[in-house]
Design a protein around this ligand. Structure first.
Ligand SMILES: [Ca+2]
Ligand SMILES: [Ca+2]
Length: 419
């Protein structure tokens, strides 16, 4: 309990430093700019913080309007938007019901072609099942490889398909090579996002297996694949596996039965993670149980708490875990603001300069979109950017770095800065 107190205290301090930005919202920036005229403890606190920061940037976003990005296109339960980053300006949308579609990244696009239809392979009964992820090989232009994450009736499958990179609208289902397949104990919490890191390795989010509260304590169990962020080397097939384990994975070559693919653990249902390569960050949003939605900065080998903690709240004590070893989220919000976080991306586009370097994310249930500013000392400032009617299932970034918001109801949107 001593460790717990220390942990909770430091978590409170962290959040205290962040300030309850949902309440302050735009007020935060005006308070900051008018701090000279106030002499409250708050303003002296913030100036102290500023003096410790070598590069101070106050986060003052302009107003943003939500607009349809491709008014002529509608999708069936879309949950991901991405590119092959191959300079073709094509973009891809993943539909939960099994199709991946491609179209030219033009506002006036009228047709999205089916790249692959996996509806015969997948099972999408249950709200969180289906085709859940898509990532293109870093060498896609040469090898035509892309990777998907989907559920069958009983399992999760991570597999590779091959297409002609010059004509992606033709994929042969027999080109599938399964990398990983593991049972799903419950229909929910299947993670699903996968993406290549700057290290060239493929990262895969798994949920805690499902049910509620992680009854099997999978997320804290290093012998289980659930509740983890995995990392594999798709260029190093090893024995009977179609991939290799990076030598510096935390449990590579262990003799204790730990899952060698583990990169980080203690996650509940990480719904979208991303690499902010400019700042060398791996950011993961983790969906909460009944209380807290969280954003984590993932470090190799880190334990992100679940199901001992839900955000900075104790969820279910553990006799084994050392509470000082748990990583607190960099940001969290309670269920008065949202009930299912959807992680996004750091914005480095051109169209919304006031969001430059800001991590954008949202909530699937309430439709709110926020910007999280993170400075070099990992002090954060959170501002609500939009309160929408959307079911935000994902964010995506096009080849120009512009951010797309994916509405599970079928349309794609973007934020447009108002002068
Ligand atoms: Ca599951
Ligand atoms: Ca956590």
């Amino acid at each position: 309990m001593k460790y717990l107190s220390v942990y909770l205290l430091s978590a409170v301090v962290l959040l205290g430093a962040c300030a309850p930005a949902e309440e302050t919202s735009k007020v935060t920036s005006s308070e900051t700019s008018s701090s000279e005229t106030t002499s409250t403890e708050e303003s002296s606190d913030s100036s102290k913080q500023s003096s410790q920061t070598t590069e101070t940037k106050s986060f003052e976003p302009l107003d943003h309007e939500l607009v349809e990005a491709y008014p002529n296109l509608t999708f069936d339960q879309p949950l991901h938007y991405t590119t092959a980053d191959d300079g073709t300006n094509q973009v891809f949308v993943v539909e939960r019901t099994g199709k991946i579609k491609v179209f030219e990244n033009e506002e006036e696009a009228t047709e999205a072609k089916v790249v692959v239809d996996l509806s015969t392979k997948i099972d999408f009964n249950g709200q969180e099942k289906g085709l859940l992820g898509l990532a293109f090989d870093p060498e896609f232009e040469e090898n035509g490889y892309f990777y998907v994450n989907y559920t069958t009736k009983e399992t999760t499958v991570i597999s590779r398909f091959t297409t002609d990179p010059t004509n992606v609208a033709e994929v042969d289902l027999t080109s599938e090579v399964i990398l990983l397949e593991f049972p799903q104990p419950y229909a929910n919490h299947n993670g699903g996002h996968l993406a290549f890191g700057p290290d060239g390795y493929l990262y895969i989010a798994t949920g805690d297996g499902g049910s509620g509260g992680d009854p099997q304590r999978n997320a804290q169990d290093l012998t289980k694949i659930y509740g983890k962020l995995l990392r594999i080397d798709i260029n190093a097939a090893d024995g009977d596996k179609n991939y290799g384990i990076p030598d510096d994975n935390p449990y590579s070559d262990n003799t204790t039965g730990y899952v060698e693919e583990i990169f980080a653990y203690g996650l509940r249902n990480p719904w979208k993670f991303n690499f902010d390569e400019k700042r060398d960050l791996l950011i993961a949003a983790d969906v909460g149980q009944n209380a807290m939605e969280e954003i984590n900065l993932i470090e190799k080998g880190g334990n992100y708490g679940w199901n001992i903690m839900e955000g900075t709240l104790e969820h279910r004590a553990s006799d084994e875990a050392d509470m000082t070893e748990l990583e607190a989220p960099i940001w969290e919000y309670d269920h008065s603001l949202g009930q299912s976080i959807t992680g996004g991306y750091t914005y480095y586009g051109e169209e919304n300069p006031s969001l430059d370097g800001v991590y954008l994310y949202g909530d699937f249930i309430t439709g709110k979109i926020w910007g999280l500013w993170l400075d070099e000392d990992q002090q954060v400032e959170n501002v609500e950017l939009a309160d929408t009617e959307l079911m935000i299932s994902s964010f995506g970034v096009d080849e120009q770095g512009e951010l797309i918001i994916v509405d599970f109801n079928g349309k794609l949107y973007k934020l447009t800065e108002q002068e």
